[in-house]
Design a protein around this ligand. Structure first.
Ligand code: ZN
Length: 440
């Protein structure tokens, strides 16, 4: 490596024994060059380490793979301080616990937790985050760390819906106007949001994100207006939405490629058909679904139907840290066990879901790949020697193995800097408050 700190943060290229373009076969002894406009200008194979070392501004990563940064299509980064806090709660009880703990946090605690989440994402090779944010702090955190993001502000409600829309649009207008960031709205879920509010959100023309058909507890609300979620809503004096059918079918005319729907664990064949024909993006979040005992989404049925699938880490409160490697390995293990098929899903298909398919979910064909003209959003991750770098990357990768993360040609994360440690220290007070016991 030559040059000073500035040059190191804007490298002219990276070299590694392997690169994973995603849409093409792995590249051996790969040189990936970056232009001053933050795009990839060259992808060359069979470049020796010695040749790369002689090139000005080219950084050499031995024993590593270069891969496109992950596109995490459903996250809640502001809950990073919740990681590994509670366990063994069913869905409705987990939500109740989450809300009670959140009430203890002052705005500065939520900001610190969101910033921790953004640093965790960068450290884990996530370069683009589509985030459902209650507080809006995710926007500030993503901008501060230098990630790409789309932040969907969360709304809840079954009455005064026009006021909700006016309020959320006003809040979006006050969030940072950053070049790598845009906005949407997240009507939370059918058990907290009326059909009317969903339709008003659709009428704004902004992209939107929601949770759909996640748990048995949600199904009980939708089918019978009953169950523990209803008790929780009534305890807080909130009206219970009435749906009279599947929310997927009820909302079919406003769904589309601009909508990210997370979970769909309990989708029927009819729901899957609607999601496929409308081009709605389905965010698969297997860790959260497994840990909360919600079930396993039928990935094979969604694939067969041609649904636009992508992957999200969901909330650290229910799923653990913002770790796409862990999310993908969970998907690989669950679906192979469930289908009794060692060949499906392949590591290559899972990597597509977490990169190029996630990018398309946000309307971006210039992200999630390593190819000339694509954005220079690239991760250098250490891997052991291999002749199958895609499998080895997925099976051995971890945030601890990520050496550097590049967004738009700029290094936002290096493993030898202490940004994550500093963010953890800043969020320590939030964690202390969250960790106090909840009275039942
Ligand atoms: Zn979620």
């Amino acid at each position: 490596m030559t040059g000073g700190a500035d040059e190191a943060d804007r490298p002219s290229g990276w070299w590694a024994p392997w690169a994973l373009p995603v849409l093409h076969a792995p590249v051996r002894d790969a040189l990936v060059r970056f232009g001053p406009d933050g795009t990839i200008t060259e992808v060359r194979e069979r470049v020796s380490r010695e040749q790369a070392c002689a090139m000005p501004g080219v950084e050499v990563f031995d024993d590593a793979v270069l891969a496109p940064g992950f596109v995490n299509v459903h996250a809640h980064i502001e809950y990073a301080a919740y990681d590994a806090l509670v366990d063994g709660l069913r869905f409705a009880d987990w939500i109740g616990d989450h809300i009670q703990r959140k009430r203890r946090l002052a705005p500065e605690h939520m900001r610190a937790s969101a910033l921790l989440g953004a640093w965790e994402a960068a450290a884990g090779g996530i370069t683009t985050v589509a985030d459902a944010s209650f507080s809006g702090d995710a926007a500030h955190a993503v901008a501060e760390v230098g990630l790409r993001g789309r932040v969907y502000l969360e709304i809840f409600g079954t009455e005064k819906e026009e006021q909700q829309i006016a309020g959320v649009l006003g809040r979006i207008a006050e969030l940072p106007d950053a070049p790598l960031l845009d906005y949407g709205i997240s009507p939370h879920a059918p058990y907290t949001v009326s059909e009317r509010l969903y339709r008003l959100v659709a009428g704004t023309g902004l992209p939107w994100m929601t949770h759909l058909l996640e748990s048995e507890d949600e199904l009980r609300v939708l089918r019978a207006g009953a169950g523990p979620l209803v008790q929780g809503l009534e305890a807080r004096g909130l009206p219970v939405p009435r749906w009279g059918g599947s929310p997927v079918e009820r909302l079919a005319d406003v769904l589309g490629p601009h909508v990210v729907a997370a979970h769909l664990v309990h989708a029927t064949a009819g729901d899957i058909e609607v999601l496929a024909t409308t081009g709605t993006v389905v965010a698969h979040c297997p860790r959260s679904n497994a840990r909360l005992g919600c079930g396993v989404m039928d990935l094979a049925a969604f694939e067969r139907a041609g649904v636009h699938l992508a992957v999200g880490t969901d909330s650290p409160s229910s799923a653990g840290p913002l770790d796409m490697f862990d999310e993908l390995r969970t998907a690989l293990q669950l679906h192979r066990a469930y289908s009794r098929d060692a060949e499906w899903p392949t590591a290559a298909r899972l990597l597509e879901l977490a990169t190029v398919d996630g990018a398309r979910a946000l309307g971006r064909d210039d992200l999630g790949v390593i190819s000339v003209g694509a954005a220079a959003d690239v991760v250098a991750c250490a891997i052991p020697a291999t002749s199958d770098p895609t499998a080895t990357y997925l099976l051995s990768g971890s945030p601890q193995a990520v050496r550097a993360t590049l967004v738009g040609g700029r290094v936002v994360w290096r493993s030898d800097r202490n940004a994550l440690q500093a963010a953890r220290a800043r969020a320590a007070e939030a964690r202390q408050l969250l960790a106090l016991p909840v009275r039942t």
